[in-house]
Design a binder for this molecule. Sequence first.
Ligand SMILES: [Zn+2]
Ligand SMILES: [Zn+2]
Length: 398
Amino acid sequence: MEEILAVDWRALGDRSLCDSCLGRLFGKLGHGFTNAERGRRVREMATIADGPCWVCGGLTSRYDDLARLVARKLEPWEFETFRIGSKIDFEMAAREESLWAGLALTGPEPLKAEVNREVGKRVSDLVGKEAALESPDIVAVLDTGFDHVDLQVNPLYLRGRYRKLSRGVPQTRWPCRRCRGKGCARCGGTGKMYPTSVEEVIAAEVMRESGGTGHALHGMGREDVDARMLGRGRPFILEIKEPGKRRIDLDASVRRINESGIVEVDRLAPSTGADVVALKEDRAAKTYRVLLRMASPVDEAKLKGTLPVLVGEPIAQRTPGRVVHRRADTTRARRLLSAEVVGVEGDRAELRVTAEAGTYIKEWVHGDGGRTRPSLAERLGAACEVLELDVLDVHDGG
Ligand SMILES: [Zn+2]
Ligand SMILES: [Zn+2]
């Protein structure tokens, strides 16, 4: 209480303050009090005019009303956690700060922080949900000057692993190249290059249940459109924007996704936006099944002798010719971790190859006109064509 006794109140003059604004001047001193309680104690020690508050103009007495306003706005939405944000009139904040300077205070709390906390407590009681500072489901931004509430409804994140059973399905919606999504003769009015995508199959069920306004699929890397994704599947996080409902029957959604015959998921489990960042940073090695064809019958002994030499040898890959029109032409260094022959029949060979994240496998096989070196074709001295490519495993440690 020494800090309170040491204040020279002459800078306040005859301006009056409410209990909350008075207590908040010492808001960082002593715990277990509300600012209003603290203000009443200060008033016992100093002579401070009572009357319309010079700082807040009565805002601190309206927390119950403001909380009811927020609660009404939240009513249509399903959520577990929320946070209150607020906009405080600029002049109100300026008056408060001039007082801090005039009274040479060391531990005042800003009005905005009090509004967020006090309204938050009341909303929590009204709606029976918890206030949370970290990644809440909904942020209610209260404009105290206009008694207006804006809601920021945070996405619903669900994680799982997907298997893609069909070729010719991109991971995410691929807009038509000609019309860029508007719909034209080329795409039959769909606006898309392919009828569906892994994202659309998975999201459709969850969108219907959650009533979201949009979706995104974040994958731990992506396979080519014509490659299947098999084995344990590829880790992904589905993001549903502005979901009205968050508690949905995930098992039922999984069952219906798996009836598509195109995509299967192992499960859908709650996730967070922070998990998306981690997923995108992952540098997981992948194992592939490669079916290739050569110009003449495969020399199995030569193939089996060549693969071990190529494993571990640095591969310099320039951006493949098939994607260089949309990506920077750079050279990346990658390695194979293992490569073995599964079978040979005539001019065909099936390989199982494990490579570092970001290795272009097709290009490693055929050499991409010399853009990838060394390549299997270069070492065998014979042209190789990839007939089928499947991802068999994503080694993410999960
Ligand atoms: Zn006040
Ligand atoms: Zn089109």
